[in-house]
Design a protein around this ligand. Structure first.
Ligand SMILES: CCCCCCCC/C=C\CCCCCCCC(=O)SCCNC(=O)CCNC(=O)[C@H](O)C(C)(C)COP(=O)(O)OP(=O)(O)OC[C@H]1O[C@@H](n2cnc3c(N)ncnc32)[C@H](O)[C@@H]1OP(=O)(O)O
Length: 187
């Protein structure tokens, strides 16, 4: 998870959303950010000043592992989704290759997890990221933290591997196609 010595700093795309702007969902059925997923995380991610983002996740009863506590896998998903959305700021489509999570404090149901994530380096198709989730406020104690390696892919990653019925539906949706194309014109 350590970027090689030749790795470069991340570059914010000129057409990236302005600092403070919501990124919007990349797919309405995404478990992390989609509005159509009843039990999803409904993350709303906001662009930062650099290649960084913030988001909030409210832990609901459907997200429990132990009684009254968030499931660790759900917390990892919240971190994963937040870090994955960093691709938007670089106009890259990225998927998770490797994800490591530290669970520092238990997170009760009802908690608002304040997430922040940033790209630490880019090396070819490899995007190195890290994220934290804090409780009690954006400056509160860290409850979870993660590092992840994302790999840049093209639209064919999804059209080649996704189940046909969802891919056909996505390709028939002009908004979805527009979002995918926006990512494709990466310099
Ligand atoms: C109109 C149509 C609609 C479509 C529109 C779509 C728009 C969508 C927009 C946005 C989507 C964002 C979605 C975010 C969701 C949240 C994030 C997730 O949950 S993503 C799901 C979980 N992840 C996977 O399912 C990946 C499964 N894995 C793979 O598919 C492959 O393994 C892949 C693509 C990751 C890499 O395969 P390779 O064949 O392309 O590339 P190789 O050569 O193996 O790797 C490239 C470099 O990366 C390193 N690498 C790869 N995997 C690694 C790993 N696990 N650990 C360390 N290094 C790794 C390799 O060593 C290599 O490095 P060296 O260039 O040689 O230095």
């Amino acid at each position: 998870m350590t970027p090689p010595s030749g790795a470069a700093a991340a570059v914010r795309h000129p057409d990236a959303p302005a600092p403070g702007e919501l990124l919007g969902s990349h797919y309405e059925h995404c478990f992390g950010c989609g509005g159509a997923q009843a039990h999803g995380l409904h993350l709303e991610v906001r662009a930062g000043e650099g290649v960084d983002v913030t988001a909030e996740f409210t832990v609901r009863p459907v997200h429990q592992g132990a009684p009254g506590l968030a499931h660790g896998g759900v917390l990892s998903t919240a971190l994963d989704e937040t870090m994955g959305s960093l691709g938007w700021l670089m106009h890259m489509i990225v998927v998770t290759g490797h994800l490591e999570t530290d669970f520092v404090r238990p997170v009760p149901v009802g908690t608002v997890l304040h997430l922040s994530a940033a790209v630490t380096a880019v090396d070819g198709r490899k995007v190195f990221t890290r994220a934290t989730g804090r409780i009690g406020g954006p400056e509160g104690p860290v409850a979870v933290r993660a590092e992840a390696l994302f790999i840049k892919v093209d639209v064919e990653h999804f059209t080649d591997h996704g189940r046909d019925e969802e891919i056909q539906a996505a390709m028939a949706d002009p908004d979805q196609v527009r979002r995918a194309r926006a990512f494709e014109v990466n310099p």
